[in-house]
Write a protein of this length. Sequence first.
Length: 293
Amino acid sequence: MARIARLTHYPVKSCAGTDVPSAEVTETGLAHDRVFQVITPDGDILTQRQHPVMAAVRPRVLGDRLALSAPGREDVVFAIRRDGPRRPVSMLAWHGEGVQQDPTADEWFSDLLGRPAELIGVTPDHHRVSGGEFPGVAAFGDAHALLIASESSLDALNERIAAGGGEPVPMDRFRPNIVLAGWAEPHREDEARELTAGTARFGYAERCVRCTVPMIDQETGAKAGPEPIRTLATYRRDPRGGVVFGMKAAVLRPGQVAVGDEVIVHSWAGPSPSTAAAEPPLTATASRPAESV
């Protein structure tokens, strides 16, 4: 039996997450997840890919206020602007708008990153459609509402890293929203197609193709490569390029979830190509690979 072992939302895209004992699941994912993001004056997003130090930024949603902290910097707290002046934003293939937040936040991020930066939030009419096997909608996440991973997948990866003489990596390198415990076999999340937990229902979108972020220490914001990407490349390659870990999901029914909730899988697909040799398929349906995010 699988159960929820950890719930994490990331208020500001590419900054640190907040673990919570329970969460509301909205149509765009966990409440407060990636509802803010940092952009350039031209509207391009700024992420850990270009600025690893963003991993060490700790945002906290305090009701109608947002607090930002980082090592060696003075904390700032300001009122969240739900609507108001808007800025264009361009993220991957999506072009939309965001609500300008407090100038104090812009100055704080500009000083941190050493370049002009602005903090924006989702608009009240935000509607960004996500694709995949089960389409949905997303806030400012790379492509989908949720990232789900299992403890057994991380355990299997760390065994391989250790066998190669490397240091194990923590789950936060992969920045999941929902971590599952209880499955003996790794990467079962790749095969789940429809699942429920608490009062919410989720649908598989695609496997998550990883970028360079898992090679950044999420506590310090420092580059710490080449693991885990080096080891993942030996057994978790995607047919279209890159390596995969975890699965992206759409919200099929909003609700409430909590740590300890049982996870019920209502439909399955066959195993992913990287695990097919080691794990017998549950059905004859092939797994669908993911696009890079």
